[in-house]
Design a protein around this ligand. Structure first.
Ligand SMILES: *Cc1c(COP(=O)(O)O)cnc(C)c1O
Length: 383
């Protein structure tokens, strides 16, 4: 079989199974709206949970940063790409989140890959929640360490894995708020299990940081625990892009010696670090936005009672409407699109087979009327 045949065959299969994916350019606008092909839509698919991506202070900080530092870092941080702007952000993050050190990465995807590849060797074991993000699971699958997945949010299932013997060290890996289900990990139980077994706990809080816990300091502070390693990302509630790993001084030094995603990759633009720093300050004092988000979440769940499709029991900004069949989910998303609502259908392999859904996300930028209108249209579409 030639490359061309291999690719045409794969594309045909993808289309026929209702799994076709494509990117479409959209223009995001204020008040949780976007436009595409000349039409305006209410935007219910963004992870910009606090509406900070358009905040004038963040935009201004980024612009000031460009004037001060230029457009790009020009090299890996190990060469000359690391600036005082990077260092100040790392120190602020470490101090806020209660760790000795923070290390910046270009993306959460890179941070998770770096973590797994740098830390886990052949004798070691990675015990990850079944619904863990693809960036981590993929790295774990390629890592020489043994990967086992425990049942979603099940300390019992984790315990069964922990009771098996292992010659090396163990990382217990979870998300704080799960990206496709919107539920929270039982972090206290996982922390206890890590302590009792001498394992380390890794929490990826991409969807909790900025939104959950006092001053938006994330799922771990919300549940009163400190993981051994915390991954946070800046493309969601922070409204910017990039990520950081928070850890002890020794782990940070260790990652600096061995994480290829740091060593062989150009550092984040310093201006971006300045923008993230501005966002960090805003998040500290964003209680009003967090309250508005909580209000929107409650309103949404009230409005959706009595629908034919069920919501998962989520208390967070991620509110999946479970549809089941891939094609039904795609059709419903298309019908909503017709009616002026932008919501993406999520299908396997992002979610398990038969669990296709509309991943509806709420933001502090939504008006209550947008949520009420969405509910009206969903009721109209179910009959
Ligand atoms: C979005 C996400 C990532 C990836 O972060 P990026 O900065 O977008 O690359 C990692 N983990 C989880 C749980 C995520 O939701």
């Amino acid at each position: 079989m030639s490359w061309q045949q291999k690719i045409t065959g794969a594309l045909r299969l993808q289309r026929e199974s209702g799994l076709w994916r494509q990117m479409q350019p959209v223009t995001p606008a204020a008040n949780a709206t976007l436009s595409a092909e000349g039409r305006q839509y209410h935007h219910f698919s963004s992870n910009d949970y606090l509406g900070l991506s358009r905040h004038p202070r963040i935009i201004d900080a980024w612009q000031q940063g460009l004037n001060r530092w230029g457009a790009g870092a020009g090299a890996s941080g190990h060469v000359t790409g690391y600036t005082p702007a990077h260092r100040e952000l790392e120190e602020a993050l470490a101090q806020r989140l209660g760790f000795s050190r923070a290390l910046l990465f270009g993306s959460g995807f890179a941070a998770n890959q770096a973590l797994v590849f740098a830390l886990a060797g052949k004798q070691d074991r990675l015990l990850a929640d079944k619904l863990m993000h693809a960036s981590l699971l993929e790295a774990a699958a390629l890592s020489p360490a043994t990967l086992c997945r425990f049942q979603h949010n099940s300390p019992q299932s984790l315990q069964r894995l922990l009771s098996r013997t292992c010659d090396g060290e163990t990382l217990i890996i979870t998300e704080g708020v799960f990206s496709m289900d919107g539920d929270r990990a039982p972090l206290r139980e996982l922390r206890q299990q890590a302590d009792a077994s001498g394992s380390w706990l890794v929490v990826d809080d991409a969807h909790g940081i900025g939104v959950c816990g006092p001053q938006g300091r994330g799922s771990c502070q919300q549940q009163g625990i400190t993981p051994d390693i915390l991954v946070v990302t800046f493309g969601k509630a922070f409204g910017v892009a990039g990520a950081a790993i928070l850890c002890s001084a020794d782990v940070a030094d260790y990652l600096c010696q061995s994480a290829k995603h740091l060593i062989y990759s150009t550092a984040m633009p310093p201006a971006q670090a300045v923008a993230i720093h501005a966002s960090l300050h805003l998040i500290d004092v964003a209680d009003q936005r967090r309250e508005k988000l909580q209000h929107n979440i409650r309103l949404f769940r009230q409005q959706m009672t009595g629908l034919r499709w069920s919501l998962l029991p989520s208390e967070t900004a991620i509110q999946p409407l479970m549809i089941g069949e891939n094609q039904s989910a795609v059709d419903l998303a298309a019908a909503l699109r017709q009616r002026g609502f932008w919501i993406n259908a999520i299908r396997p392999p992002t979610v398990p087979a038969g669990a296709a859904r509309l991943r509806i996300t709420l933001s502090a930028a939504h008006d209550p009327q947008q949520i009420e209108q969405l509910a009206e249209h969903l009721y109209a579409l179910q009959s």
